[in-house]
Design a protein around this ligand. Structure first.
Ligand SMILES: OC[C@H]1O[C@H](O[C@H]2O[C@H](CO)[C@@H](O)[C@H](O)[C@H]2O)[C@H](O)[C@@H](O)[C@@H]1O
Ligand SMILES: [Ca+2]
Length: 550
């Protein structure tokens, strides 16, 4: 039995932007009342926890990751009362809700930065306490070992502030000055902001961009011990004051570094960390028809503490990041998945799941089943469950953030406003547009992607080994086939997936399971008994089996 406070280990997460999910008042911008009205959809889909992208007051120069007030609601999205109603209604349906805590930086519009730029000393000669909330330099030459993350926009991590006459540090856009986490007051401010939402009842946070909190000369300013110390302090606060709430780390790092963000059983840090390294390898394996890199990277993941759980995903609101691959692999991914240069951004590809996979239902199903079956709690990105497309004409990563497509009516049912008055225009092309791809039509079609996804989530829920089972890769004589077992004391599941565009024959090394009978999880079909170590199978193109070894 998993203790109740480890609910996140068996949860399926659903990431959404309030701004683009459902508009309740017809102004063309999604809002909390609109989202509240769609909670039954999410419940019926079978997800357990909603991750809301930043919903705070913000000038929206980075879609809300530029926070101007940590303890408010962006006026476009409703009021604090609307938020409370939403949270109550979500909880009433058994849905949990996590927010997005943007720790590393604020917006340059934040009152702290506006005060900080007045300089270290105020006109009356008194010290300006807010100046030290940010990281300043007189030369803008320090920390040269830190890479630039938004390579398409920024040329330096320093920008000169004319008002202050000094340079401020920023790992992301220049409109997002980094907070100075060497200042204990900043740490306390962030903890207070977290407490505000935890007091209201949120179930935790995805914590943004955690590797970059502290800067030190002579390092790359990522994953520093001082950064971990601050994050552990955050975890202690949550465990002591809000037991059972979740902290999920966004640390886009290699396995050896990301695992540090879990901490240890004795000195914990995050309950969950995104598995960034495996994500691009799922796509790579499809194009290469070779799953070796998935096995390799999963084998590189160190042991995590008992409380820990990975967060797995195929897509999110950012570009499909290619930071955690080699140069050669990155070149392969660009050639395979970004034939149009508009698809590239920074170190990644700004496309949604369905277009990446040529809208091929078999490939979408294949990657989704692998996502649901690998160790970790899966995170679905809104709209991918109906196969939404993207809009390359929109700037930055906004092309993958278009309005949810609810029906074939005006503005896809997202809003009663005209499409041109929506925050982003709903997609209307003949292939991915709301006239063809929408929730209402898929709810009426038993064979739709939406219905299929809901069924898979139901099957996953019925078999706790998906959430808790130990992973064992099965040796095969065909690299196009990914085969693994997930085992608990009660059951062993066998997952077999064909990453090739043609039917494949394979022999699975099932010596540990001789005498057992594979039975499909949906339908209960009995396969031939495992009579000897080598178990032959045939799989159609992009085919998969979810089996239980009886
Ligand atoms: O708040 C700034 C950004 O923080 C997150 O960024 C992450 O996304 C980057 C790619 O877009 C990635 O390269 C980096 O490693 C991450 O920290 C957030 O998800 C972004 O939306 C945001 O702009
Ligand atoms: Ca609205």
């Amino acid at each position: 039995m998993t203790p109740a406070h480890e609910w996140y280990k068996s949860a399926v997460f659903y990431e959404l932007s309030v701004r683009t999910f459902a508009d309740g008042n017809g102004d063309g911008k999604g809002d909390f009342p609109g989202l509240t009205g769609r909670l039954d959809y999410l419940k019926n889909l079978g997800v357990d926890c909603l991750w809301l992208l930043p919903f705070y007051p913000s000038p929206l120069r980075d879609d809300g990751y530029d926070v101007a007030d940590y303890v408010g609601i962006h006026p476009d999205l409703g009021t604090l009362e609307d938020f409370k109603v939403f949270l109550r209604e979500a909880h009433a349906r058994g849905l949990r809700v996590i927010g997005d805590l943007v720790t590393n930086h604020t917006s340059s519009d934040h009152p702290w930065f506006q005060a900080a730029r007045r300089g270290p000393t105020l006109p009356d000669g008194s010290p300006n306490e807010y100046h030290d909330y940010y990281v300043w330099s007189d030369t803008g030459t320090e920390y040269a070992g830190a890479r630039i993350i938004f390579t398409d926009t920024e040329t330096s991590n320093w920008t000169r502030d004319d008002q202050c006459g000094r340079y401020y540090w920023h790992r992301f856009f220049s409109s997002q000055p980094d907070l100075n986490f060497d200042n204990p007051r900043v740490v306390e401010e962030l903890l207070s902001a977290a407490r505000f939402w935890l007091d209201l009842g949120v179930d935790g946070f995805r914590v943004d961009a955690v590797p970059y909190l502290i800067e030190r000369e002579g390092t790359n300013c990522e994953n520093l011990p001082e950064t971990h110390a601050i994050l552990k302090r955050m975890r202690r606060m949550v465990d002591e004051e809000y037991p059972g709430r979740l902290l999920l780390a966004e640390a886009n790092q290699w396995p050896e570094e990301v695992v540090e963000y879990f901490g240890t059983d004795e000195d914990p840090e995050f309950h969950m960390c995104f598995n960034f390294p495996v994500m691009p390898r799922l796509y790579m394996s499809l194009k290469k028809e070779d799953t070796t890199s998935i096995r390799e990277i999963m084998g590189r993941l160190p042991q995590i503490p008992k409380f820990g759980q990975w967060a797995t995903f195929l897509r999110n609101h950012d570009e499909l990041t290619l930071e955690m691959v080699t140069d050669e692999e990155r070149a392969f991914m660009y050639a395979a998945y970004a034939p149009d240069t508009r698809m590239k951004i920074n170190v990644g590809i700004r496309r949604r799941l369905a277009p990446l996979l040529d809208n091929d239902r078999r490939r979408i199903e294949l990657l989704t089943t692998v996502l649901l079956a690998l160790p970790g709690s899966p995170i679905l990105y809104y709209g991918d469950e109906i196969g939404m497309g993207d809009d390359l004409s929109l700037a930055d990563r906004n092309g993958v953030r278009t309005p949810m497509q609810w029906n074939a009516g005006m503005s896809g049912g997202f809003s009663t406003a005209w499409p041109s008055d929506c925050f982003f225009p709903p997609i209307s092309d003949p292939v991915y547009g709301f006239g063809r791809v929408n929730v209402q039509s898929q709810e009426r079609d038993p064979s739709s992607l939406l219905k299929w996804t809901a069924r898979q989530l139901e099957v996953r829920r019925a078999h706790p080994a998906f959430a808790h089972g130990e992973l064992q890769f099965i040796d095969t004589d065909n690299p196009a086939i990914l085969a693994f077992t997930r085992t608990t004391a009660d059951e062993t599941l066998l997952i077999v997936s064909n990453f090739a565009a043609n039917a494949q024959a394979v022999r699975l090394e099932l010596g540990d399971h001789v005498g057992r009978t594979p039975v499909t999880l949906s339908g209960g079909s009995h396969f031939p008994v495992v009579a000897e170590a080598q178990y032959p199978m045939i799989l159609g193109k992009y085919d998969y089996y979810w089996l239980r070894l009886n």
